[in-house]
Design a protein around this ligand. Structure first.
Ligand SMILES: [Zn+2]
Length: 96
């Protein structure tokens, strides 16, 4: 086994820092899309809009698009969906 893969004890101060990060993540209810996720999202919405069976049923106030965020310990999984039932995972796993 190479040296960088050896396990070692986590120092008490490191364990505290890790617990603080985990607690901060668990208590964070602020969700947003990265620039990459926004670009993926816009591209899918534009493409889907050309083929969606309910594209002409938008109301004056919109509401056709929904965003779903699933918290994981590594990051948030972000999905955008259309009221017709189609959805796209737009998560930028490269930033996890
Ligand atoms: Zn649709």
């Amino acid at each position: 086994m190479s040296k960088e893969h050896e396990t070692r004890e986590v120092r008490p101060d490191e364990a505290g820092a890790i617990r603080d990060l985990e607690e901060a993540h668990e208590n964070n209810f602020s969700f947003s899309l990265t620039e990459v996720e926004q670009a993926t999202c816009k591209e899918w919405m534009k493409t889907h809009d050309t083929e969606c069976r309910i594209r002409d049923t938008d109301t004056a106030i919109g509401g056709r698009w929904s965003f779903n965020f699933s918290k994981t310990t590594l990051g948030n999984v972000c999905k955008v969906s259309c009221a017709c039932g189609q959805e796209k995972n737009v998560t930028d796993y490269g930033c996890w």
